[in-house]
Ligand binder design. Sequence first.
Ligand code: FAD
Length: 314
Amino acid sequence: MKVIEHISKSNGTLFSFEIVPPPRGKTITAVTDVVETLLPHNPSWIDVTAHPAGAYYNERPDGTIERKIYKKRPGTIGICGVIQNRFRVDTVTHLLTQGFTKEETEDAMIELNFLGIHNVLALRGDGLNYNKQYDKSRSVNHYAIDLVKQINDVKNGKFLDELSQSLPLDFGVGVAGYPEKHFEAPSLKLDIQHLKDKVDAGADYIATQMFFKNDKYFEFVSLCREAGINVPIVPGIKVIKNLKQFNSVPSNFYVDFPDEFVEEAHANPNHVEEIGIRYAIKQCEELVNAKVPSLHFYVMNDAKSVAQVVKKFF
Ligand code: FAD
C-alpha cells in the first residue's frame, strides 16, 4: 500500500521509521534486527536511505594517501525487498538525483516494480567530494523536482526511450521538506516555493527533516498551507542518545535544540539517554495531540531508545 493510502485510511497518528543500509562488508542482520525490535509497534512503512558514491581517502602502508571512489552503504533496493517480503511491511525506497543518471534511475524503478515496492522518496542528495563523470549519451536530473517529473513519466508509461506498448509503473511519491529551511536556500519562503513546485509536479506527501522544537514544525505547516501546499506533512523525529549529538546534529542537519534540553543534558552527562527519551516522548505527545499523520523516526540503526518512546503511543 502507498504511504498516502496508509495516511488517508487512518483516523489517528501512525508510526513509521527510517533506517540506513549497513556499511559495505557488513551483514543485513544489523538492519533486520532493527526492524524486529520495532515490529511489535506496527510500523505502517519503513524508509531505507540511499547513498551515492563518494571519495574516501585511505592511508597506504607506506604512508601515502590513496583516493578511492565507492558507495559506503550500497543495497537500498535489496533491503527494501527483504523487509517487504520477510516482514510484510511497506517500504519507501529513497531515490537520489546526485550520483545517478536518469537511465540508472529508470532501471531502479523497474527493479522496484518487480519487487512489489510502490513507494519512493524523491531526493537530490548531497555530493560526497565526488562528481561522477557521465557519458554524453546519458542524462541527469539535478533538483529533486526533476526526479519527481521522471517518476511521473513512468507512472504514465513514458520511459526515456520510446518503447512500444510500455506499461505504466505504479509509485506513491514523497519529497523532503525543511521546517528550519534547507541550508542552501536563501529564505524559508523561497524554499517553500520550491517545495510547492515539487508537490505540483506530482509528490503526494512531504517528509520533514528532523526537528526538536515543535513550534518550528507547526509554523512550517501553516506557511505551507498558506502557500497552497495541501498534501500531508509527516514530521521527522530523532531521539538523542549522547552529548556528541548536540554538536553533530546541528552541523549535519542545520537544526536547533531547545535551550532547556541542551542545559539539562549537559548538567547530567551520565543520563543523556534517559533525558533524550523523556524529551522525545514530550515532543511526540504534543504532535499526536495535534493529529500529525505519522511520527516518523530517524532510527538509523539504533532501535532501542526509539522503542522506549514508541511503546508509549503504539
Ligand atoms: P531539492 O528539493 O532539490 O532542494 C535542494 C535545494 O535547492 C533547496 O535549497 C531548494 O530550495 C533549492 N531548489 C530547489 N529547486 C530549485 C530551483 N529550481 N532553482 C534553485 N534552487 C532550487 N540524503 C541522501 O543522500 N540519502 C537519503 O536517503 C536522504 N534521505 C532524506 C530524507 C529526508 C526526509 C530528508 C529531509 C532529507 C534526506 N536526505 C537524504 C538529505 C537530502 O538529500 C539533502 O538535504 C539535500 O541537500 C536536498 O535534497 P532535496 O531533495 O530536499 O533537494
